[in-house]
Write a protein that binds this ligand. Structure first.
Ligand code: HEM
Length: 457
């Protein structure tokens, strides 16, 4: 029987390495243990097993012995009914209800909205002044979720909710709050001035406002609404029951937590790469310009080079370096290694995306690799996989492509600094260190006008 090994350094040291230089930590470990390894990167749990080999990832995504392991930590933020904390049949049934709004015509109806939100966010940036692309992408990502998911456009409740939801979406930015989630004995309400007390009071406000919104919308159904909340109001479980108000409330908060930071980070990386390689930007623009002035969002998202460019961004900079955790429910073998019940296990997305035999010259940013071959769901996993694969994956890709295409084709932007940007761990995401500083130089003259001007001279 094969023994699971891992770095020999003490847990505290591994935790420090993980939080200060996660890339180095993962690369060193994967070089020494190319199948899987024991990682001690979490201050409270004993150890977890990180999977590196595609075969290990495949078994992890397909074997039934691995069940959700994220339950206790996210419960206070996402809620008891959240998809994040469900297991077994309940999880399956909730996913069935949540998936449809993220596909097909429903999702395509958000195309124009995404382009408008992008235009608003970019035109707000003062010309020729330094701005953080990550901050701008956070604004775009939040607006897309508020409008497309929550259906919040105007009114007093909308204003209040916008502010509270922004606080909520940014909870994980705070190291103090993250420690409170890890060390549950610190979760004490010592009044509104204490961190946990403040959190609980905000949670009450958010819950109340969301429930009022849900009840109002149930009382006054509007068939013209296309947001995800409206769809959930009429969704029924397999037994014919409507989703309860509490279920809908928790799922809305789950979508906000799952979709805000992740999509913003991915888009910030795509802006960075598109500016870092001018020849690739030219190629992207050539493809977009061929669609003519103000192209249809549905045509934009089908563009092959743009799609490959966004996929390569997610390969080289996976937003989450590791998947959500699962725990081993009953004894199981994985690539010949025996795993005991209770062990926490995750796929290591970052090191999988860096395997030379799958991605030759993996450190090079090269969108063409996605045009030259198809990668299996165990080789390219920015959205995880199996029963817990990201439900927002299609929306995220859709948004990433439209936002990048809108920015490139309508504005002239430049990086402030030409030095390569490294990823840094921020909460659970790998963000561009420094936020990608950009300047907006002005509007871009579309291809056909440039041609017309040239002809008239
Ligand atoms: C580029 C953007 C995004 C990335 C990179 C990303 C990545 C991921 C990953 C890696 C997982 C864990 C999958 C696993 O452990 O196998 C996940 C789960 C999840 N994501 Fe995303 N995500 C993104 C955008 C979104 C969006 C836009 C939403 C919703 C609006 C969303 C909602 C969720 C939810 C609800 C889950 C939990 C699924 C479950 O437990 O069944 N994500 N995501």
């Amino acid at each position: 029987m094969k023994q699971i090994k891992g770095p020999k350094t003490p847990r505290l040291w591994q935790t420090i390495q993980w939080s200060t230089n996660p890339i180095r930590y993962m690369e060193d470990a994967a070089a020494n243990f190319p199948d899987l390894f024991k990682a001690q990167i979490d201050p409270v749990s004993n150890y977890q097993v990180l999977l590196v080999h595609p075969q290990a990832i495949q078994e992890f995504f397909t074997k039934p012995e691995f069940v959700n392991g994220a339950k206790s930590i996210v419960r206070p933020v996402a809620g008891d009914e959240s998809l994040f904390v469900q297991v077994g049949d309940r999880h399956k049934s909730q996913r069935k209800l949540l998936m449809p709004p993220f596909h097909g015509a429903r999702m395509r109806s958000y195309g124009q909205l995404v382009c408008e939100i992008t235009d608003n966010a970019i035109t707000k940036i003062p010309l020729k002044q330094t701005a953080s692309a990550r901050a701008v992408m956070e604004e775009i990502s939040l607006q897309v979720i508020l409008k497309a998911v929550f259906g919040l456009y105007e009114g007093e409740r909308c204003q209040q909710l916008q502010q509270l939801l922004l606080y909520w979406a940014r909870l994980f930015h705070s190291p103090i709050f993250n420690s409170l989630l890890f060390f549950s004995f610190l979760q004490q309400d010592w009044g509104s001035w204490s961190p946990w007390g403040k959190f609980i009071r905000k949670r009450q406000q958010i819950h109340q406002l969301l429930l009022s919104e849900i009840r109002d919308r149930r009382a006054h159904p509007d068939p013209d609404r296309t947001d995800i909340l409206s769809m959930l109001l009429s969704a029924r479980h397999e037994d014919g029951e409507l989703m309860s108000d509490l279920e809908i409330r928790d799922q809305l908060l789950t979508l906000l937590l799952g979709g805000y930071e992740t999509t913003a980070t991915a888009m910030a990386w795509s802006v960075y790469w598109s500016q870092f390689y001018p020849e690739m930007k030219a190629k992207l623009l050539q493809e977009i310009d061929r669609l003519g002035d103000r192209p249809n969002p549905a045509d934009i998202v089908r563009l092959p080079y743009l799609t490959a460019f966004c996929q390569e961004t997610l390969r080289i900079n996976p937003v989450l370096p590791i998947t959500l955790p699962r725990t081993v429910e009953s004894p199981v073998k994985l690539m010949g290694y025996e795993l005991e019940p209770g062990i926490m296990i995750r796929g290591c997305i970052y090191t999988l995306h860096q395997r030379e035999e799958i991605y030759p010259n993996p450190r090079q940013f090269k969108p063409e690799r996605f045009l030259e071959r198809q990668f299996s769901p165990y080789e390219f996993i920015p959205f995880g996989g199996g029963k817990r694969r990201c439900i927002g994956a299609a929306l995220a890709m859709f948004e990433m492509k439209l936002v990048l295409a809108t920015i490139l084709s309508r504005y002239q932007i430049e990086l402030v600094d030409e030095k390569p940007i490294k990823p840094a761990l921020f909460g659970v995401t790998l963000v561009p260190a420094g936020g990608v500083k950009i300047v907006v130089k002005g509007r871009r003259v579309p291809q056909q006008y440039r041609q017309a001007i040239a002809n008239s001279l």
